[in-house]
Design a protein around this ligand. Sequence first.
Ligand code: FE
Length: 356
Amino acid sequence: MRDFLYRLTKKNKFLLLTLVIIPVIIIFNQSKERTSDQEVNVYTSRHYDADDLLYEEFTKETGIKVNIISGKGSALIERLKAEGSNSPGDVFFTVDAGNLANFQKQGFLQPIQSEAIKKIVPKELRGENNEWVAVAKRARVIFYNPELVNENEIENINYEDLGDENWKGRIVIRSSSNMYNQSLVSSLISNLGIPQTEKWASNLVSNFARKPQGNDRSQIMAVANQEASIAIANTYYIGIMLSGKGGQDQLNAAKKVKIAFPNQDNRGAHINISGGGVLKYAPNRENAEKFLEFLLSEKAQNHIVNNTFEYPVLETVKPHPLIENFGVFKMDKTSVSDFGKYNPEAVKLMDRVNWQ
Ligand code: FE
């Protein structure tokens, strides 16, 4: 090499400089610039205004810009289908393991590689091949009106007990088209098998105080208004209601109900998740994983639980004080990927027992 340079004439050295070295410097500078406009495209059916602050924080830490594409799950699926392998989508983010699993079954996701993520998120809170992971947890529990329910009726209660004669005409829960309920039934199928779950569901339906209607919050309202003794609903709704974010009526109602965590003497209360995965054709795959890693950081977990009233996945983070007040309880460790596995059976079973 030295011989070669030595032999170069002045003119040749000039040519070497202009043709090789200068272009190399230009390309190097351009690639440096490109890293500063890195991005990650997040498809989400779960958009909270407060999340914008979270995304800003991620950009501040990493220099990666976050583009949010939000919409209903079904609309996002249609969009991804239309985009095919040209999709700019990197991350998919939604609620309920049943939704994540159904999405995965359609081939929209690829396995997450990050060891950091796998270390934080326990196996039971991920897809079978790490196609998606939990970012937050929620429990589906019993809300009761202490004016209508005796402590001894509710003590040590199991989901299985909700089919008992004692609860005839006293239970409200939303319809079977709701994924939260489909996932609850799937978890029972996973633990008890189909025949036992079907018998239970049939008895539960015969105990309904009214035809299923409204969302989780309306079930809690019905219990507060004494239209029913108990409701089954997700834990974070009581946080939203008690915070006043849902208005005065909801705040008043929330103060009238209590929570019972089922199955504390055995497998624990039913746990579901909010979570995300990396899209199959992600053009920014590494950024997608960085984004999920960030959502599992202490800072982001604190932000999430304080805005959504869910439970954290990261063990060092505490739930919002309004939720923490309900106390520590045993969480079911049934794999949430089972909710996807048994979803078709659960839907058919609920139909057979006339759960509207
Ligand atoms: Fe919800």
